[in-house]
Ligand binder design. Structure first.
Ligand SMILES: [Zn+2]
Length: 357
């Protein structure tokens, strides 16, 4: 059973204790101090969300219940749902934003409140809009597969310009699995060669896809193309490439651990995985990664798409994890991504965003 997301706010907020006040300072001062203590809660410790999309919202999006308890069978004789997550009732279903603008505003407001810096990915124009709206909170990402499954790639020249003069710092999300293509396929090698040459970290979708992805929504999607070990040839060709496996290759944990052992540059994120599977399964997957010894390569992410409140809920999964020490929680929520992204040390202790220019 999953926990209803009702109380996830509390542990992230610490109201400052009212300072000791001498009697001489009088009641007026006491009242003022109390008022400001109540109106200005301290910021929670910084968080990096390494996996956010600009897709946005739209009218009529159904609410989403995180941590679906099961994935129901469908019957090809009947009209099948667009996504195989089972209908379920939960206490607080997450509402999709009504428009892409609303989505951006709501998400950015949460970044301020929850002290989040995010790698935001999408086409260049949409990412630039987010960056302009919150310069210190956004690290810009774009990819050659900005529309996963569409099979149309951005030109190499356009991407080179984005990374050299356009302020883009990350290549992602690379959605080759939705095309049924291995990341080691030589037909896309030029993009990885560019990332290696320019020292740009790359995020590759591996694993998750929702239930019935191949037979309902994305006919070219192949579960087998999410096998983390498919990265081995790519990594051998590009030894300096900084790769993170998005969704931690879920559910191929053994292959994921094998890759992490063989390649010490590789990191993972827990985006998507962290809210779209049964709760116990989410915890046990993250726990396995950490207990296998890779706690310094697990990075927090949401895969934020249309539901603004996903951020708070996802942070809470880490914050409340009984199997993680306080240091491991900080590493997953912030330190590992700061190291992987090589964020400037002088800014990484800031409580006001860490993205810089
Ligand atoms: Zn993905």
């Amino acid at each position: 059973m999953h926990r209803a997301p009702t109380s996830f706010v509390r542990s992230r907020y610490h109201r400052p204790r009212t300072a000791a006040i001498t009697l001489a300072s009088g009641l007026a001062m006491f009242a003022a101090a109390s008022a400001s203590a109540q109106s200005a809660p301290t910021k929670p410790p910084p968080v990096i969300d390494i996996h956010v999309h600009t897709f946005g919202g739209g009218p009529g999006l159904p609410p989403m219940c995180p941590f679906p308890p099961q994935f129901l069978a469908s019957d090809p004789k009947t009209k099948e749902g667009t996504i195989g997550w089972s209908d379920q009732n939960c206490v607080l279903p997450l509402k999709g934003a009504a428009t892409p603008d609303d989505y951006m505003k709501e998400v950015l407001a949460d970044y301020e409140r929850l002290n989040v810096t995010a790698v935001v990915m999408g086409d260049e124009a949409s990412v630039n809009k987010w960056k302009a709206a919150a310069p210190n909170r956004i690290i810009k990402g774009t990819s050659f597969t900005n529309a996963p499954g569409a099979g149309k790639y951005e030109s190499l020249e356009k991407l080179r310009a984005a990374y050299t003069t356009g302020g883009f710092k990350v290549m992602g999300e690379i959605g080759l699995q939705y095309e049924g293509i291995s990341p080691s396929d030589t037909s896309v090698d030029r993009y990885f060669a560019l990332a290696e040459e320019l020292d740009i970290p790359v995020g590759i979708h591996m694993g998750t896809g929702g239930s019935g992805r191949a037979n309902i929504g994305s006919p070219k999607f192949r579960g087998s193309m999410g096998n983390p070990l498919l990265l081995e040839d790519l990594l051998a060709r590009h030894p300096k490439l900084r790769v993170w496996v998005m969704h931690a290759g879920y559910p191929m944990i053994d292959n994921m651990l094998t890759l992490l052992q063989a390649n010490s540059h590789v990191y993972v994120d827990v985006a998507g995985l962290i809210w779209s599977y049964p709760r116990k399964e989410v915890d046990s997957y993250i726990q396995r990664l950490v207990e296998a010894g890779f706690e310094d390569r697990v990075m927090f992410g949401t895969d934020q798409l249309v539901w603004p409140k996903l951020m708070e809920l996802s942070i809470e999964v880490i914050d409340r994890a009984s199997y993680l020490t306080p240091q491991q929680k900080r590493d997953i929520l912030y330190n590992n991504a700061a190291r992987f992204l090589r964020l400037d040390k002088s800014t990484t202790t800031s409580s006001n965003g860490t993205a810089g220019k």
